[in-house]
Design a protein around this ligand. Structure first.
Ligand code: HEC
Length: 118
C-alpha cells in the first residue's frame, strides 16, 4: 500500500463514526409536548367530543394507570385525521415513552402542571 492510499483509508476511518452519529442525535429532539400536540391534542382539545385532555387533566397515578392499562384498549381503533395508519401503529415505542413521561412530569399533582398549549 502506498502512502496516498493509506492516507485516504485513515481519513475514511476517522470520518465514518461522524456520519453515523449526527442524524441520530437530531431525531430524538422531538419533545413530549410536540408529540402530545401532534398525536393527542387533535382529538382532545377544548371542544372535543372525546373530552379535553392535557397533562394537568389527570394526576400522576391516573396517567400511569392510563398508559399501562387503558391507552391500548381505548385507542386501538383511532386514527389521526387524514392518516391511513392507526395511531398505535404510527407511534414508536420510544415516542410513546416520551409522551408518557411528559404527561406524568406535568400532571396535576406534579411540580410543574402544564397544558400542552402554552
Ligand atoms: C383520533 C382521535 C384520538 C387521538 C389521536 C387520541 N385520542 Fe384519546 N380518546 C379518543 C376517544 C374516541 C376516546 C374515548 C374512548 C372511550 O371512551 O372508549 C379517548 C379517550 C381518552 C382518555 C380517557 C380514557 C378513559 O376512559 O379514562 C384519555 C386520558 C385519552 N384519550 C388520552 C389520550 C392521549 C394521551 C393521546 C395521545 C397519545 C390520545 N388520547 C390520542 C380519541 C383519541
Amino acid at each position: 500500500m502506498n502512502a496516498a492510499k493509506r492516507f485516504v483509508l485513515i481519513c475514511g476511518l476517522c470520518l465514518f463514526p461522524l456520519v453515523f452519529l449526527t442524524p441520530a442525535q437530531e431525531k430524538s429532539s422531538t419533545t413530549g409536548k410536540d408529540l402530545f400536540k401532534q398525536n393527542c391534542r387533535v382529538c382532545h382539545s377544548k371542544d372535543s367530543a372525546q373530552g379535553e385532555y392535557s397533562p394537568l387533566s389527570l394526576i400522576q397515578d391516573q396517567w400511569k394507570k392510563f398508559f399501562t392499562t387503558k391507552f391500548a384498549s381505548t385507542h386501538k381503533d383511532v386514527r389521526l385525521p387524514g392518516q391511513e395508519k392507526k395511531l398505535l401503529e404510527t407511534l414508536t415505542p420510544e415516542q410513546l415513552k416520551t409522551l408518557q413521561k411528559y404527561c406524568i412530569d406535568h400532571a396535576a399533582d406534579s411540580e410543574q402542571p402544564q397544558t400542552c398549549s402554552g
